[in-house]
Ligand binder design. Structure first.
Ligand code: PLP
Length: 396
């Protein structure tokens, strides 16, 4: 006799659900975790079985027990009707978009959407006859004025990539649904733990699991979850593209899922502490973090989100580029590189000017994006303190 999973997991708190979701030790000889099933071919016992494709599993691209463990867990955590798991966050977004729009449709995309999302819209969707309009992320219900007779879907991302504008997702969803459209959200920053997408009116939600689900900067994975109305289209699109993730990566994502709540809370707490500390620095003009009361998106964040993750922006007071380089080049603990969500702190310089089209990016000084990891904040502050001393010396 092996242990069965708890019944009716919906009655448990979030942390308990994260520990138990998508796991059935009784089906694994009592072992705690679902193992890595590697496989393309699935064998059928009889002629009749293969003629009727009988059985849960038919072929490795469409489903495996490892895949099911993650998609079932994520469906529960996100409050969705179903989920597909893809090889990256960007591929999860492309599945969401390809499931939603067709030639002749119009798509509205937030101006602060993740840049590769824009590149997919401009480089692929436009080639297939989808018209794309970028909109000011802070537009809220004003989005109604941009909707055309053929507007099929609206993409939101809150807070926005790099610039961290908050979006009024429920207000946008109301406007879009009133006209029969689809709301797609890139929910990577908050994850469903801090922003339950489908309960807030999102039809299709995308998560770059590469970030906080992994938590280790050691894998690429994406999730596309959807409500009952839109999951069939998401599932069909996933199957058409055979957009399946590798079994080892899915296994690592499941491992990350069990501790995600704990890690995310700590990233959020440390992130807010560092954001406040940076805000008080004389070298800093302002901090872009919706969890700060001074932030223009704070009221919406308080209303709709139950916390913050560890990613935010900092605008420095104007200094020569060489001074910014002096700050960044000598850092001992902060790494410079793309992506985020791992246990380690990161910083990158950024400039939205080359690609924003609906809004003007004029922050008033050099812009940096920070990801706060799980190090001791006293050490992170000391590292930045030394960096600011280099910046001042270089600025003269
Ligand atoms: C990183 C990221 C993605 C893409 O994830 P990958 O796994 O790197 O493809 C999508 N959206 C946002 C907001 C991201 O930060």
């Amino acid at each position: 006799m092996s242990k069965s999973p708890p019944r009716d997991p919906g009655r448990f708190g979030e942390a308990t659900r994260l520990v138990h979701a998508g796991r059935d030790p009784s089906a694994q000889h009592g072992f705690v975790n679902t193992p890595i099933y590697r496989g393309s071919t699935v064998l059928y016992p009889t002629y009749d079985d293969i003629q009727h494709r009988r059985g849960r599993y038919n072929y490795g691209t469409s489903a495996t027990p490892t895949m099911d463990a993650l998609t079932e867990a994520w469906t529960q955590i996100a409050g969705a009707a179903g989920t597909v798991v893809t090889p990256s966050g960007l591929s999860a977004l492309t599945v969401a978009l390809m499931a939603s729009v067709s030639a002749g449709d119009h798509l509205l995309v937030s101006d602060s959407a993740y840049r590769p999302t824009r590149q997919f819209c401009d480089g692929v969707l436009s080639r297939f006859g989808v018209a794309v309009t970028y909109y000011d992320p802070t537009i809220g219900a004003g989005l109604a004025e941009l909707m055309q007779a053929n507007t099929r879907a609206v993409l939101v991302e809150a807070p926005g990539s790099q610039s961290f504008e908050m979006q009024d997702v429920p207000a946008i969803a109301e406007v879009v649904h009133a006209r029969g459209g689809i709301v797609i959200m890139d929910n990577t920053w908050a994850t469903p733990l801090l922003f339950p997408p489908h309960a807030r009116g999102v039809d299709i939600a995308v998560e770059a699991g590469t970030k906080y689900l992994s938590g280790g900067s050691d894998l690429l994975i994406g999730l596309t979850s959807a409500n009952a109305k839109h999951f069939p289209a998401v599932r069909r699109t996933f199957d058409h593209f055979a957009m399946c993730a590798g079994p080892e990566d899915i296994f690592l994502a499941l491992r990350g899922l069990r501790t995600m709540s704990l890690r995310l809370r700590e990233h959020g707490r440390q992130g807010l502490e560092m954001a406040r500390w940076l805000q008080a620095r004389p070298e800093v003009l302002r901090v872009l973090h919706p969890g700060l009361p001074e932030d223009p998106g704070h009221a919406i964040w308080r209303r709709d989100f139950s916390g913050a993750s560890g990613l935010f922006g900092v605008i420095l007071k104007p200094v020569p580029e060489a001074a910014v380089a002096a700050l960044l080049d000598g850092l001992e603990l902060f790494g410079m590189g793309f992506s985020w969500g791992g246990f380690e702190s990161l910083v990158i310089p950024f400039d939205c000017r080359p690609y924003r089209t609906a809004t003007a990016w004029a922050p008033g000084g050099p812009a940096l994006r920070f990801h706060i990891g799980l190090e001791d904040t006293a050490d992170l502050k000391a590292d930045l303190e030394a960096g600011f001393a280099r910046l001042r010396a270089a600025a003269g």
